[in-house]
Design a binder for this molecule. Structure first.
Ligand code: PRP
Ligand code: URA
Length: 209
C-alpha cells in the first residue's frame, strides 16, 4: 500500500490558509500555488540519491556531491496542475515536463482524457504527477494510469488538498504510489468538491469564473 505523507511544514500550512480564503485574488492565489508546490518539492526530493564527484574550487581539489541516478519528470494534470509545475521548476529547472489533460465530467465526476504528451525514456525517470486537488481521486488515478501505460514504473503523486475518499481511491488503484499532500480535508460535498477545500483550483488559478 502506498504511503500518505502529509507535509505539515509551517510555511506550507500558512500559505495554504491564504489559498483557502475565498477573497484571495487570482494573482496571489497563483503565487501561493507556486510557492507551496516548491516547498513540497523540497520535501519530496529529500531521498534523491547523490554521487561523489571531484571538483576544483579556486583553492583546492575536493570531493563534492551531485544528484545522481534517475532524472525527474514532472507531470502536471491540466489544467490546474500547471500552476504547481511552475513552482517545482523554479527548484528543479532541469526536470522534464509531461502533460496529461483531463477534465472531470460534471455529471458523472469521471475523468475524461483529452491530451497526453510525456517525456521519452519514462521507465528511467522518477515521475511526479501533480494536481492541486485530490477529490474523488478519479483524475489522479487516471493520470497515474496514463503515465504507467507509457512506461513509468516509479511514480509519486503530489497534491495540495485531498479528501479521504480520493486518497483511498489512489491507494487502491495504485498501491505502489506514495502520495504527498499538504492537507487531508474532511469530506466531499454533493457536487464532489472538497470541504472545506479551496473551491475550484483551475478557476481560481486562471480567473475563469
Ligand atoms: C480538478 C482538479 C483535479 C480534479 C480533481 O480539475 O484540478 O484534476 O478536478 O477531482 P477528482 O479527484 O474528483 O477527479 P477539473 O476537472 O476541474 O479541470 P481543470 O483543472 O481543467 O479545471
Ligand atoms: N476540483 C477542484 O478544483 N476542487 C475541488 O474541491 C474538487 C475538484
Amino acid at each position: 500500500m502506498g504511503q500518505v505523507h502529509v507535509l505539515g511544514h509551517p510555511l506550507i500550512a500558512h500559505k495554504l490558509t491564504y489559498m483557502r480564503m475565498k477573497d484571495t485574488p487570482t494573482k496571489e492565489f497563483r503565487e501561493l500555488v507556486q510557492e507551496v508546490a516548491m516547498l513540497m518539492a523540497y520535501e519530496i526530493t529529500r531521498d534523491l540519491p547523490l554521487a561523489q564527484v571531484e571538483i576544483e574550487t579556486p583553492v583546492a581539489t575536493t570531493q563534492a556531491q551531485v544528484i545522481h541516478g534517475k532524472t525527474l519528470a514532472i507531470v502536471p494534470v491540466l489544467r490546474a496542475g500547471l500552476g504547481m509545475a511552475d513552482g517545482i521548476l523554479q527548484l528543479i529547472p532541469n526536470a522534464k515536463v509531461g502533460h496529461v489533460g483531463l477534465y472531470r465530467d460534471p455529471e458523472t465526476l469521471e475523468p475524461v482524457e483529452y491530451y497526453c504528451k510525456l517525456p521519452s525514456m519514462l521507465e528511467e525517470r522518477e515521475v511526479i504527477v501533480v494536481d492541486p486537488m485530490l477529490a474523488t481521486g478519479g483524475s489522479a488515478s487516471a493520470a497515474i494510469t496514463a503515465v504507467k501505460q507509457r512506461g513509468a514504473n516509479s511514480v509519486k503523486l503530489m497534491c495540495l488538498v485531498s479528501a479521504p475518499v480520493g486518497v483511498e481511491r489512489v491507494q487502491r488503484d495504485h498501491p505502489d504510489v506514495d502520495i504527498y499532500v499538504a492537507s487531508v480535508d474532511e469530506k466531499l460535498n454533493d457536487h464532489g468538491y472538497i470541504v472545506p477545500g479551496l473551491g475550484d483550483a483551475g478557476d481560481r488559478l486562471y480567473g475563469t469564473k
